[in-house]
Design a protein around this ligand. Structure first.
Ligand code: MN
Ligand code: MN
Length: 474
């Protein structure tokens, strides 16, 4: 027998806002879609482990869906699909709408770089009859997490003749992998007494490469020379070429289902390729609308978004303006460009810190993102007293949440953690500085910036639905 609700319970239903685990609303057909979407996502993570690789994979997917390089086109019209490269590490792609650009675009912007170990320019050396690469860490990492784990080498080397060589070693089952051996616990008494940030010094983050010398006693560093010979035989490169190369060490493992129920996905680089991938799939699947739909992938977010491929680069704006000009068939006026920015709406799609009960004391539970609760909004990020952030306007935050409510897209609101616990930022502030409306929203992640970040498959699929809704109705 079902009991009728009391007047107070009805009042509670009417007035209180309840967030909850969304699995309870999932039927079999929906779950099948969630799992299928995540299989293609896992493939994308395995294919695009660096910003360059993720860029190249995305362009390939866009071209397969009829997107053309905007720089090759004189003009564009409604329904056209285009993309612009930002030095092959950043990307702006768009589906042209029927409205003029000055009415504003709907933009989902994410970043495709992730924390990693870069090789130093002068990296290769031999010591005590072993060869190593010196590294320089990129982004906010806990250094100790990168010890005694399997690493793969990715990147580009340009030869003295100007030939670009793409390197990927450690992904194939047949490939060797690399590692930074940690100290054995038996001799770790002093190491273990250190602060976690000093368990290993950056200068000790050296990658083990080999131990087989070229046998000639006239050679002072015969193991180093043997490694150079292997690199030359395989890629035609020499030590000089390594100086100018961009080589990155990333975890060699593949994306895997996590948990008995496979409700999580674990992988390297989900911050922020989970938001990039969901926005890419959303723009491919969304129906073209009046407003021009845009995805934007930036680089260098993990080191402050500076540089010619970071979100602060003006090239992202030039791409938006080039599109406007080619929609108009003439140069846009200053006011038309101004209106484009003022009327554009952006979701800064970046990950949120998922609440972890084992570290509950750094979160503020009332304002934490919870796994499986849906896409997570951060009205603002920053540190301390909202330092270094943009704070989305109430009107805009409300508009987007109403839009998601209208399509039954589950959403939650969060801060990174306790106000005094630390802080962080996203690309939102840089685009908000231009004057457009921007709010952060993305997928909650456990173990962010580790070698094996964990996301909820359901949140990933619901985030894809959220971005698609934004493109179609935003
Ligand atoms: Mn991020
Ligand atoms: Mn990050």
């Amino acid at each position: 027998m079902t009991q009728e609700k009391t007047p107070a319970e009805l009042l509670q239903d009417q007035l209180c806002y309840q967030k909850e685990n969304q699995w309870q609303h999932v039927d079999e057909a929906f779950e099948a879609k969630v799992m299928e979407f995540n299989r293609s996502y896992a493939n994308a993570l395995n294919t695009g482990k660096t910003e360059r690789e993720f860029y190249a994979m995305s362009v390939k997917r866009l071209e397969e869906h009829g997107f053309k390089d905007l720089s090759t086109l004189e003009s564009v019209k409604a329904g056209d699909k285009v993309y612009s490269s930002v030095h092959d590490k950043g990307l702006v792609a768009a589906v042209v709408g029927t409205e003029p650009a000055s009415k504003g675009y709907v933009i989902v912007g994410s970043h495709i770089d992730s924390p990693r170990l870069d090789l130093k320019p002068n990296a290769l050396y031999e010591k005590d009859e072993m060869a190593f690469f010196k590294t320089h860490y990129y982004g906010g990492i806990k250094k100790y997490q990168w010890l005694s784990t399997q690493l793969a080498l990715h990147g580009v080397v340009i030869t003295k003749e100007g030939k670009k060589i793409e390197v990927s070693i450690g992904e194939d089952e047949e490939d060797p992998v690399f590692t930074i051996p940690d100290l054995l616990p038996h001799l770790g008494r002093k190491q273990m007494a250190n602060k976690a940030s000093e368990i290993v010094e950056a200068e000790a983050m050296n990658i083990l490469l080999g131990s087989k010398p070229i046998n000639d006693e006239k050679i002072k560093e015969p193991i180093k020379l043997a490694i150079l010979k292997l690199l030359h035989d395989k890629y035609g490169i020499n030590e000089r070429d390594l100086y100018t190369a961009e080589l990155e060490m990333v975890p060699a493992h593949k994306a895997r289902d996590v948990g008995f129920d496979r409700s999580f996905i674990g992988a390297y680089g989900q911050d922020d390729r989970v938001c990039a991938w969901t926005s890419l799939e959303a723009i491919l699947d969304a129906k073209p609308q009046a407003k021009t739909q845009v995805i934007l992938f930036s680089d260098k977010e993990e080191v402050g978004s500076a540089g010619n491929t970071g979100a602060k680069s003006e090239l992202y704006y030039f791409a938006l303006y080039e599109l406007q000009q080619k929609m108009l068939g003439r140069e846009a006026t200053l006011m038309e460009r101004h209106d484009l920015i003022r009327n554009s709406k952006m979701l800064s799609s970046d990950v949120a810190a998922g609440f972890d009960p084992d570290f509950a004391d750094v979160y503020e539970p009332m304002n934490a993102a919870h796994m499986n609760y849906g896409i997570a909004f951060c009205k603002y990020t920053g540190g301390g007293g909202k330092g270094g952030t943009s704070d989305a306007n109430a009107e805009y935050f409300n508009e987007i949440t109403r839009l998601f409510d209208s399509q039954d897209i589950p959403w939650q609101s969060c801060e990174l953690g306790k106000t005094d616990a630390g802080g962080g930022g996203t690309i939102a502030q840089f685009f908000a500085n231009s004057g457009m409306n921007v709010i952060d929203c993305g997928v909650a992640v456990l173990a962010m910036h580790s070698c094996f970040e964990v996301c909820s498959k359901l949140d990933i699929y619901n985030t894809y639905r959220a971005y698609k809704t934004f493109f179609e109705l935003g």
